[in-house]
Design a protein around this ligand. Structure first.
Ligand SMILES: [Zn+2]
Length: 222
């Protein structure tokens, strides 16, 4: 089995190789507009990335991956990041769990993406009608290990329950999804000296967005 050191060395070499080729991936300043354009194609039924990708499979398989953008999103079956942004093999470095929240393992995964693969943008993508956020907002007991999810999501939405208690359940949920997205953007940095350093040095940007499961459209948060 390869040691992590060997993996890092190999990946760094591949990163160098990729930077000297003509297809070095998405530039940091183009990350948002590239994702927005991909989502527009997806939402308009004009997606182009998901036929059989012989060329990219062969290239990424032999040369390795150099994704520019990482995504933290929910395990919800309606939020497949590659489809939503019309991206192909080797384009996105994605972590998903119910609710889309930071854990030590998720954080380590993004650290690996930034340190070894060349990820320069992390997008935290919340979504409407999120079951995990709905359950957390309701605050009613949940069975088994599901309570681990609601416990993890609670700090990100606690204020919403207080500040928007007069709103309808649906409006509260929309506020909670956005609040949680912003909270997770901060958590990723708070929990990682490596990501903080990359961010401070201008090598990493963190964005937030909310995906509407009814329209297929992504709205970026400012
Ligand atoms: Zn969800």
């Amino acid at each position: 089995m390869k040691t992590i050191h060997a993996i890092f060395q190999t990946s760094s070499l591949l990163l160098l190789l990729s930077l000297t080729s003509s297809s070095a991936g998405i530039l940091p300043e183009k990350a948002r507009t590239t994702l927005e354009a991909g989502n527009k194609r997806f939402a308009e039924g004009k997606a182009i990335a998901h036929g059989w990708q012989q060329g990219t499979v062969t290239k990424t398989g032999s040369l390795g991956q150099t994704p520019s953008v990482a995504v933290l999103t929910c395990a919800d079956s309606r939020t497949p990041a590659e489809l939503i942004f019309d991206m192909g093999v080797g384009d996105l470095f994605v972590c998903r769990n119910a609710g889309g929240f930071d854990t030590p393992e998720v954080n380590a995964t993004f650290e690996y993406g930034v340190a070894a693969l060349g990820v320069h943008t992390i997008l935290v993508l919340g979504h409407t009608k999120c079951g995990a956020v709905t359950a957390t907002l309701a605050g009613t007991p949940v069975p088994g290990n599901i309570s681990l999810l609601t416990k993890a999501l609670e700090p990100g939405i606690a204020k919403v329950r207080q500040e928007h208690k007069d709103l309808s359940k649906e409006d509260q949920l929309n506020h909670a999804v956005e609040a949680l997205t912003r909270y997770q953007m901060l958590e990723l940095l708070k929990n990682s000296a490596l990501l903080q350093k990359a961010h401070a040095e201008g090598k990493l940007q963190i964005m937030g967005a909310v995906y509407d499961v009814e329209t297929g459209k992504v709205r970026f948060l400012n």
